[in-house]
Design a protein around this ligand. Structure first.
Ligand SMILES: [Zn+2]
Ligand SMILES: [Zn+2]
Length: 185
């Protein structure tokens, strides 16, 4: 293996190793650059053609857009993110590592820009790592799922990172507000 280079920076997914989207892998060559670069992308990939790219791309080929270009690949869907420029959509869809949700993943937006993805979380992770997102998730449960306060608390208590349903935590790059959504029951 070559000496690992510093990972590329992803504006909309700042800690892809922390979220598990990118893992150290000393053996796996990348199908984009054919090099063994020490890290492999584990998140979702969609292609218009029948390329099997899962767990076969390095983060550098995602960051520079070469994997997207070569394989017509996208890593995220910004369909429900409103009010963001096309250039931001392109960066999130084509040059940003994605994450695996139980249901169709969606990217969140705020202040006219895509938000940064911070991770998949259950009750435990929310209370431990994303305390400021706890109220956001509970409000989301009350508003989007039309739950009473007590039912929202019950639903919140059942959130699990590795089980279902999970919460997906984002933060606005501008106003720093936390954003989150939850799998629908
Ligand atoms: Zn590569
Ligand atoms: Zn904002």
């Amino acid at each position: 293996m070559e000496n690992p280079e510093p990972l590329p920076a992803f504006r909309y997914h700042p800690d892809p190793v922390g979220t598990g989207a990118i893992v150290a892998n000393p053996d796996q060559p990348c199908l984009g650059c054919s090099r063994i670069r020490g890290y492999i992308y584990m998140g979702p990939v969609s292609t218009e053609k029948n390329f099997i790219l899962d767990e076969h791309l390095c983060p550098w080929c995602i960051a520079d857009g070469s994997a997207a270009k070569r394989f017509s690949a996208t890593f995220n869907d910004t369909g429900v993110a409103e009010g963001i420029p096309d250039a931001v959509r392109a960066e999130i869809e084509q040059r940003t590592p994605g994450y695996t949700g139980w249901q169709q993943e969606r990217w969140m937006a705020c202040c006219g820009d895509g938000a940064e993805f911070l991770g998949v979380a259950g009750k435990r992770e929310l209370e431990r790592d994303f305390q400021e997102a706890v109220a956001v998730v509970k409000k989301h449960l009350r508003d989007e799922f039309d739950l009473s306060k007590a039912d929202a608390e019950d639903f919140f208590d059942g959130l699990s990172k590795d089980g279902e349903p999970s919460a997906y935590v984002f933060r606005c790059l501008h106003c720093k507000k936390y954003l989150a959504y939850v799998d629908e029951a």
